[in-house]
Design a protein around this ligand. Structure first.
Ligand SMILES: [Zn+2]
Length: 560
C-alpha cells in the first residue's frame, strides 16, 4: 500500500511539473540528425586564449591557423543564474565551471557551484545529454585533463549541490553507466570504489602504456592518469597521454558500438594556467586541446554520421593581448619558458634573496633584466592566494606584453565551432544552454523526459547536520515540493504543515511538535528564521519512504 501511494505521488508530481508540460508543446525526441555526438570544451578558453594560441603557432611553427578555425560558427553567452548568500552575490554575470558545465550538459541555468541541479532550496536534478544518450541505449564517454570528478566532467554524469563534493561525484560516476571515463583524479578512487568499478566490468588503466593496450573488446574503461589534474602539457612526461591520444582512444572504443555514442572531451587545464596568469603554459594547453579537436573532426569526417560541437565554458583571467600602450606582442619570449609557473613554484617558495629569484627567472625564461623592485615583488607575493607564483607571472606577463584582469573568470562570450548537422543549430549568437539542447536534438533524445525520471528519484535539499549527527531539512521548502501547505502562526509561534489528513504542528518557542494533535518525536530546529524538521516528519506527511544518501547529500525517493 505504502509503495503504491508513493508511486502515485511520484506520478502526480511528474504530471504537475512544468517540465512535463513542455513535452506537449514540442516533441523534442524527433528523428536524429546524427548517430554520434562529440562535445569538446576548452575550460577557460576565451577569445584571447584562442588568438594567443594561433599567434604562437604562426610565429613558432609557421602554421597559419588552428585546427578549430575551420569550424567557427559563432559565439555563446556564459552567464549563470543569480544567487546571493548573506547579502553578497556569489553567482550571476560571471559563471564558474560547474554552472557553465550544467548549462552545456543539461540546457539549464543554475548557480555557481551547482552540478546539474536547480537553483532551489530543494534542488532538482537536471539530466545531461550523456544521461539522455544512455537512456537511448547509446555508448557514452567522458574525457578530461582535469580530475574526472572536477566541475565540467561532473556536470555530464552526476548531480550535487556543491562541486567540492568530489567523493560523491566519484561514486555517482560508478552508478552513471558511462562506458569510457578517462582523466585525472585517482585520489578520489581509493578504497572500495576501484574494485566496485572492476566488478561492473571496467578495465582500469593508469598510464599511456595502459591506454594503448585497450581495444574494442574493452567496452568499459576507467583511466585515471594522475592523482589530481594532469600535469600541464608543458611539464608532462612521456607516461602521460595527450588529450588527443585520450580522445582518439575513447572514440575508437565507443565507435565500435552499433547504437552510436556521445562523448564529452575537455581541455581542463587552459583554465588553471589562465587562473595563475601563466601565458606560455596556457598556450600549450590550448594547443593540446586543439589537437584533440582535430582528432574528433577527422573521425567525424570519415564516419559521416557524427556531429561535433566545440566551445568553452567561460573565459579565465581577463586576458588581454597587448598592454602598456605598446602595439606589440613579445611572442618570441612566449616560447622560452621551460616549465609552468606551478612547477617552478616550489623553487620560488625556497628563494630567500632577489638574486635567487633572478636566477630562477633566468633559468626558466632566459629573462635577465629583472629589476630589484620586481625581484622583491616576487619574494613578497602578489597578495592573492597565488602568492609568489602570481607575482612571478605578473612580472613575466609584462615582458610578454600580455595583461590579466585578475585570477578569476570573466564574462565575455566564448567561441563556438561545429561540424555536421549540429552546426546549423548552434550558429550565430547563442546561449550556452543551446549547446545541450542542440546536442539532444542532434541525437534525437529528450532531455526533459530523462530529467523527469531523475527528479522522480532524487532531490537535493539544503540541510543541517545536528550535534547528534542527525539531519534536518528546511520545512517550508520541502513541504512545498511534497505538495503540502506550511503556515506560520505568529501569535502562537507555531508552524502548521498539512497535507491530506495529516497535520504536523511545530512550536518554535519550546521546540515541541505534534502529529495530528499527538506529541511526536521529530527533530525541530530553527536557524535564522527557518524551521528545519527531520525526515520522518516529511515521510509521514507524504506517505513516501524517502531515505537520506549522506555521501551525495540527497533524498532518495525511489531506490535504484
Ligand atoms: Zn576556473
Amino acid at each position: 500500500m505504502m509503495k503504491k501511494a508513493a508511486s502515485l505521488f511520484i506520478a502526480s508530481f511528474i504530471l504537475c511539473s512544468p517540465i512535463q508540460a513542455s513535452l506537449h508543446i514540442e516533441n523534442k525526441a524527433a528523428k536524429p540528425l546524427s548517430k554520434n555526438l562529440i562535445v569538446l570544451i576548452g575550460d577557460g578558453m576565451g577569445p584571447a586564449q584562442v588568438t594567443a594560441a594561433r599567434l604562437y603557432s604562426k610565429t613558432v611553427s609557421g602554421t597559419e591557423s588552428l585546427h578549430l578555425d575551420d569550424y567557427y560558427v559563432g559565439q555563446t553567452s556564459t552567464f549563470s543564474e543569480r544567487m546571493g548568500v548573506d547579502g553578497s552575490i556569489v553567482s550571476g554575470m560571471i559563471t564558474d565551471s560547474s554552472a557553465a558545465g550544467t548549462a552545456l550538459a543539461t540546457g539549464r541555468k543554475t548557480y555557481n557551484s551547482a552540478v546539474s541541479v536547480s537553483n532551489e532550496e530543494v534542488a532538482m536534478p537536471y539530466a545531461s545529454v550523456i544521461e539522455a544518450a544512455e537512456a537511448k541505449g547509446k555508448a557514452t564517454g567522458i574525457v578530461t585533463t582535469a580530475r574526472i570528478t572536477h566541475a565540467t566532467p561532473a556536470a555530464f554524469a552526476s548531480h550535487v549541490r556543491n562541486r567540492k563534493n568530489e567523493a560523491a561525484i566519484a561514486s555517482q560516476l560508478l552508478e552513471s553507466g558511462v562506458d569510457v571515463l578517462l582523466g585525472g583524479g585517482a585520489a578520489y578512487f581509493t578504497g572500495k570504489i576501484l574494485p566496485d568499478f572492476e566488478a561492473k566490468g571496467y578495465s582500469v588503466v593508469k598510464d599511456r602504456a595502459g591506454l594503448q593496450t585497450l581495444t574494442a573488446k574493452h567496452d568499459k574503461v576507467l583511466g585515471l592518469f594522475s592523482r589530481s589534474h594532469f600535469d600541464y602539457a608543458i611539464d608532462r612526461d612521456s607516461s602521460s597521454p595527450s588529450l588527443a591520444a585520450l580522445a582518439g582512444k575513447a572514440i575508437e572504443l565507443l565507435s565500435a558500438k552499433p547504437e552510436g555514442f556521445v562523448i564529452m572531451i575537455e581541455g581542463g587545464r587552459i583554465d588553471h594556467a589562465a587562473h595563475a596568469n601563466d601565458l606560455p603554459t596556457m598556450v600549450k594547453e590550448v594547443l593540446d586541446f586543439d589537437a584533440a579537436v582535430k582528432t574528433a573532426m577527422d573521425f567525424a569526417k570519415k564516419d559521416g554520421s557524427t556531429s561535433v560541437v566545440v566551445t568553452a565554458d567561460h573565459e579565465t583571467g581577463g586576458l588581454s593581448l597587448g598592454r602598456d600602450n605598446r602595439y606589440e606582442l613579445n611572442i618570441d619570449l612566449w616560447n622560452r619558458q621551460k616549465q609552468s609557473s606551478q612547477a617552478l613554484n616550489a623553487a620560488l617558495e625556497q628563494a630567500r634573496t632577489p638574486e635567487e629569484i633572478r636566477k630562477f627567472v633566468q633559468t626558466n625564461t632566459t629573462i635577465t633584466d629583472l629589476s630589484d623592485e620586481e625581484a622583491r615583488f616576487i619574494l613578497k607575493g602578489d597578495g592573492t592566494n597565488y602568492e609568489r607564483e602570481g607575482a612571478y607571472n605578473a612580472v613575466i606577463s609584462k615582458r610578454l606584453l600580455v595583461g590579466w584582469s585578475g585570477h578569476g573568470h570573466s564574462g565575455v562570450d566564448v567561441g563556438v565551432w561545429a561540424y555536421g548537422p549540429i552546426a546549423e543549430l548552434v550558429k550565430g549568437k547563442i546561449d550556452n544552454t543551446d549547446i545541450a539542447k542542440a546536442g539532444a536534438t542532434t541525437i534525437g533524445t529528450d532531455l526533459d523526459a530523462v530529467t523527469a525520471g531523475l527528479q522522480a528519484k532524487y532531490w537535493y535539499p539544503k540541510f543541517k547536520t545536528m550535534p547528534d549527527r542527525s539531519v534536518v531539512y528546511p520545512a517550508k521548502a520541502l513541504a512545498a515540493k511534497l505538495g503540502a501547505s506550511a503556515d506560520w502562526d505568529e501569535t502562537s509561534g507555531t508552524v502548521r504543515i498539512a497535507k491530506g489528513g495529516t497535520t504536523i504542528l511545530a512550536n518554535l518557542k519550546d521546540g515541541s511538535v505534534t502529529l495530528n494533535g499527538r506529541a511526536a518525536a521529530y527533530t525541530v530546529h530553527v536557524e535564522k528564521g527557518t524551521l528545519y524538521l527531520s525526515l520522518d516528519a516529511f515521510n509521514e506527511l507524504s506517505g513516501l519512504n524517502m531515505t537520506w544518501d549522506p555521501l551525495s547529500e540527497r533524498l532518495v525517493l525511489q531506490a535504484g
